[in-house]
Design a protein around this ligand. Structure first.
Ligand SMILES: NC(=O)c1ccc[n+]([C@@H]2O[C@H](COP(=O)([O-])OP(=O)(O)OC[C@H]3O[C@@H](n4cnc5c(N)ncnc54)[C@H](OP(=O)(O)O)[C@@H]3O)[C@@H](O)[C@H]2O)c1
Length: 277
């Protein structure tokens, strides 16, 4: 059986909607709480698992600074336990990680073997998760992604459209560069990665790069919303966590191994916004 944890995440809901993992059992936090290692262990001991996809995570980057134990439990200790059982019981483990494992000091796309150096606790907890999975399990697939959005949950695209309708102008930072990822594109690549039994770390986002400011302007332009977007520096925003200034992922490895092309972020966004109101 395929089990998918994080049924309410953007990714979990989009996986369900896509129907690509037919017959899979989707687990809400109430069904499987990754912060409760005893019940997770009981689950892993008793279920007949063919594949475990972890679409759950502690994703609040700012709050992770003050909830370090909880974020580490969910993003590192729980994935490590799943990886251990996957190795022992020979099931496939697919896990997701983040561009925030990088510090953003080098302004060139980062590959899977580029040096990691997280600058916030969320990034550290996700990196700890990656490292502990890979130490225990040689068959696990970890896909690092960035700036994820979908029609479900909370994300930048939905927030910008909502705020643009409520405010006379928006202020968005223009000194962080990354690349948006449409969840449905990530899921198609994940499905192929599962079929072709990829192992180890792979990067996936849409192609290209942008700043949050240009991302916001592009969203509003495509939706023909006239609200102006003022460019500000991240130093003007008081946040608990600092974020990398540059976190574009190099996708050469996944494109080569899966023999796929990845569409530019602007094309994916355009298609997404056509149907999104
Ligand atoms: N969003 C991004 O921009 C982004 C960027 C890079 C990488 N990623 C990675 O991509 C993956 C999917 O992210 P996403 O944006 O789809 O996530 P999301 O929408 O923020 O959802 C996270 C989910 O995890 C669940 N969760 C939190 N603590 C849990 C626990 N203790 N036990 C079980 N479930 C728990 C939450 O459940 P409740 O809602 O019930 O709390 C929520 O449904 C994650 O691994 C994330 O780190 C995301």
């Amino acid at each position: 059986m395929i089990y998918i944890a994080g049924a309410s995440s953007q990714l979990g809901q989009e996986i369900k909607k896509s129907g690509l993992f037919s017959g899979a059992i989707f687990l809400e936090k109430n069904d499987l709480d990754l912060s409760k290692l005893d019940s997770l262990e009981k689950f892993l001991n008793t279920k007949k698992i063919k594949t475990f996809i972890n679409a759950a995570a502690y994703t609040n980057v700012d709050r992770a600074e003050s909830e370090k134990s909880l974020s580490s439990l969910v993003n590192s200790h729980a994935p490590s336990l799943i990886a251990q059982y996957a190795e022992e019981k020979k099931f496939k483990f697919i896990h997701f990680s983040t561009d925030y494992v990088f510090d953003g000091e080098i302004k060139e796309p980062r590959t899977e073997i580029s040096a990691t150096h997280p600058i916030n606790h969320y990034g550290q907890s996700k990196l700890d998760g990656e490292n502990s999975i890979l130490k225990i399990n040689s068959h696990a697939l970890i896909i690092r992604t960035s700036w994820l959005y979908s029609s479900f949950g909370n994300n930048f695209v939905k927030t910008i459209l909502k705020l643009a309708n409520e405010r006379s102008y928006l202020a968005v930072i223009d000194d962080q560069t990354g690349c948006p990822t449409l969840a449905t594109d990530l899921i198609k690549a994940t499905k192929l990665g599962h079929e072709q039994d990829l192992k180890g770390i792979y990067h996936f986002s849409n192609e290209g790069k942008t700043t949050w400011h240009n991302f916001a302007e592009t969203i509003l332009k495509l939706k023909r919303v006239k609200t102006p977007v003022k460019a500000i520096k991240s130093s003007e925003l008081i946040t608990q966590a600092i974020r990398p200034k540059y976190s574009v992922l190099d996708k050469t490895k996944i494109k080569t191994h899966l023999n796929i092309q990845i569409r530019p972020w602007t094309e994916a966004l355009q298609e997404f916004l056509k149907d999104f109101s």
